[in-house]
Design a protein around this ligand. Structure first.
Ligand SMILES: O=C1O[C@H](COP(=O)(O)O)[C@@H](O)[C@H](O)[C@H]1O
Length: 359
């Protein structure tokens, strides 16, 4: 057992506060992936149109790079004239532009074809997020919908972390709720549409084993079609914690917590609610680049006390705290951590949000 203390951001009990911070955190992670060669200062100075132009030019480079492989290593001949002028303009207009270079857009001369598919894959940027169901979806609705100007939905691939085997229109369905609360409310004509992956509804009467196998194949297609990888790597995973301590559909003190080869597993005898479920496993969660737990309400205080003060109990979220260490952060409200011995941090907003709050 490690002695690493999890990062806990605490907020007042007003849902708007935790939602706003979580949305800011998600957008920061999105920007790290989509605009990895642009400093946050430069990004802050760019309009949405300029960001879209940058993203489109990245795509253009992918196509050209693909077709020019083994023919040339002249970066200028691979970049479009508009890409060149765009970077020049950016270099003139922003103070910290050393990060935005042709080399960072085209990462390697194309004739260095060792592991080429890897590089192409890397340039095809998508922001891959795993979300659980439950109360998290209310927070996402509150936080993300007002921030759509900063979100590039069409580059998001969202995967449900777990699902209960009920039709999607059933109030118990996690995908159904995510659609009602969030995805159907996106202004897609202006901001694009995410691709959302979930279990195959037509298989729910076949049972959890079939659904899990099918969903695992869906993940393998997305994460491992070009290279074989042991575990998928999400850019961000967002999880709620139930009062009994379950995360996704991984319940405390059960053998499923020790699963160490499968990406997706069936649950056929859930101790609460819908019995048949499908869930991602602990190693998949721990392999994400960032994992954030979101917990609010007095009802969750007893479980938060156990998670934070008794990691030796091996609750599912404690296994993630331990397995993913610094990659984990907690977004909690005051009620959920009332009297819990934990170091509370203030969340540091991105510049844009800071300015908006100051106005
Ligand atoms: O059963 C489930 O519960 C957890 C926790 O839900 P919450 O409403 O207490 O936050 C949820 O994260 C999971 O996706 C769901 O299937």
């Amino acid at each position: 057992m490690t002695t690493y203390i999890p990062k806990v951001y605490a907020f007042s009990n007003d849902i708007n506060h935790i939602s706003k911070a979580l949305a800011d955190h998600i957008i920061k992670q999105q920007n790290l992936i989509l605009f990895d060669s642009i400093s946050s200062e430069s990004l802050y100075a760019m309009s949405r149109e300029e960001k879209e132009e940058y993203l489109q030019q990245n795509k253009y480079v992918i196509k050209r790079k693909n077709s020019l492989i083994n023919h040339t290593n002249d970066i200028n001949s691979v970049l479009s004239p508009t890409t060149n002028s765009y970077i020049e303009t950016l270099n003139k207009n922003t103070s910290n532009t050393s990060n935005v270079s042709k080399a960072s857009i085209l990462e390697q001369p194309p004739n260095e074809s060792n592991n080429t598919s890897n590089k192409i894959n890397k340039l095809k940027k998508k922001f891959r997020v795993g979300i659980s169901g439950g109360s998290l979806l209310d927070i996402l609705q509150h936080g993300l919908l007002p921030r759509q100007e900063d979100i590039f939905w069409s580059l998001w691939e969202v995967f449900l972390i777990d699902e209960r085997l009920v039709p999607f229109q059933d109030p118990e369905s996690n995908y159904g709720k995510s659609k009602r609360k969030l995805f159907s409310k996106i202004d897609s004509s202006q901001y694009g549409k995410p691709k959302v992956y979930h279990i195959d509804e037509s298989l729910i009467y076949e049972g959890a084993v079939e659904c899990a196998e099918n969903y695992a194949n869906c993940l393998i297609n997305k994460f491992a079609s070009r290279n074989s990888v042991k575990w998928p790597c999400f850019d961000l995973i967002l999880l709620g914690v139930a009062p009994d301590g379950h995360i996704g559909s991984l319940f405390p003190n059960r053998k499923e917590l020790r699963e160490n080869s499968k990406w997706v597993i069936p649950i056929t005898d859930s101790p609460v609610g819908v019995q048949q479920r499908v869930t991602l496993t602990i190693p998949v969660i721990c392999n994400a680049a960032h994992i954030s737990f979101v917990v609010e309400g007095l009802m969750k205080q007893p479980i938060m006390e156990k998670i934070m003060e008794k990691p030796e109990l091996g609750l599912p979220s404690s296994l993630v705290n331990e397995g993913a260490l610094k990659k984990v952060s907690w977004f909690v409200d005051e009620d959920a951590i009332k009297g819990v011995h934990v170091i509370k941090r203030n969340y540091e907003f991105d510049q844009k949000e800071k300015d908006a709050t100051a106005e």
